[in-house]
Design a protein around this ligand. Structure first.
Ligand SMILES: *[C@@H]1O[C@H](CO)[C@@H](O)[C@H](O)[C@H]1NC(C)=O
Ligand SMILES: *[C@@H]1O[C@H](CO)[C@@H](O)[C@H](O)[C@H]1NC(C)=O
Ligand SMILES: *[C@@H]1O[C@H](CO)[C@@H](O)[C@H](O)[C@H]1NC(C)=O
Length: 209
């Protein structure tokens, strides 16, 4: 009997003590969870800003110069042309080599295929670029009456447009472990003065995915 009351009186203060200790623990846990949540949000923001800063430096492909060397169309509706196009593959990354592969661009006039520009895979060292010089020669391109009319109009206005459209795959080699891959998509309108062949510069840079 005596011992029973003794245990009970012992248990009660102990239980009260535990309750007192549990509350700060939960608070501590809540604080830690909050800190972790804030850290995750901050890390996310840092990654996002880092992405925004790095993004313009992803490998890009652009047309830096061009020239219309020849443009001729006859009464049978056949076109002959030669176009020089300088395509620049640029690796703005100061820490990794970039590999460009699967380059395939179609040059067209008003939907009519003129030529396909391709390149073997190549490397571009850190923070540098490489120019690909294409001299596209094409003859006996059959034109529809509408396209002939388009060319006559181009001569009159001294302005002709070709479309350059296509894709390339690029990747950074990051250490021995892996790589970061990108997909460059180019879709440009190249405009020239047919009377003297001058290229009318415009922005022609790939969009990455
Ligand atoms: C990258 O190249 C540009 C010019 O080619 C140069 O001004 C810049 O300092 C280079 N950056 C690095 C990190 O090497
Ligand atoms: C380029 O032309 C080829 C052959 O005409 C066609 O198969 C391909 O889909 C074209 N690519 C683009 C991006 O238009
Ligand atoms: C070519 O012709 C255009 C339009 O007439 C002119 O603006 C341009 O300066 C000429 N270019 C050269 C190299 O003569």
């Amino acid at each position: 009997m005596h011992s029973k009351t003794s245990t009970r009186s012992h248990r009660l203060p102990l239980q009260r003590k535990l309750d007192h200790n549990t509350h700060p623990l939960i608070w501590l846990l809540a604080i830690i969870c909050t800190i972790i949540a804030i850290a995750v949000v901050i890390a996310g923001i840092v990654v996002f800003i880092g992405y925004l800063v790095i993004h313009p430096r992803v490998p890009v492909i652009s047309v830096t110069n061009a020239h219309l060397d020849l443009l001729r169309n006859d009464y049978a509706g056949l076109m002959e042309t030669q176009v020089t196009i300088v395509v620049r593959a640029q690796n703005g990354n100061a820490k990794a080599h970039a590999t460009f592969a699967g380059i395939r661009f179609n040059l067209t006039f008003d939907g009519q295929d003129i030529a396909m520009l391709v390149a073997n895979p190549f490397d571009v060292p850190k923070n540098s670029s490489r120019d690909l010089n294409y001299v596209v020669q094409s003859s006996s391109i059959p034109l529809t009456p509408d396209q002939v009319e388009e060319i006559n109009q181009a001569w009159k206005q001294n302005e002709i447009a070709f479309d350059l459209k296509g894709d390339a795959r690029t990747q950074w080699r990051v250490g021995p472990m892996g790589s970061v891959k990108f997909f460059c998509h180019l879709n440009c309108r190249l405009r020239f003065h047919p009377l003297n062949g001058t290229y009318i510069p415009s922005r022609c840079t790939s969009k990455s995915k």
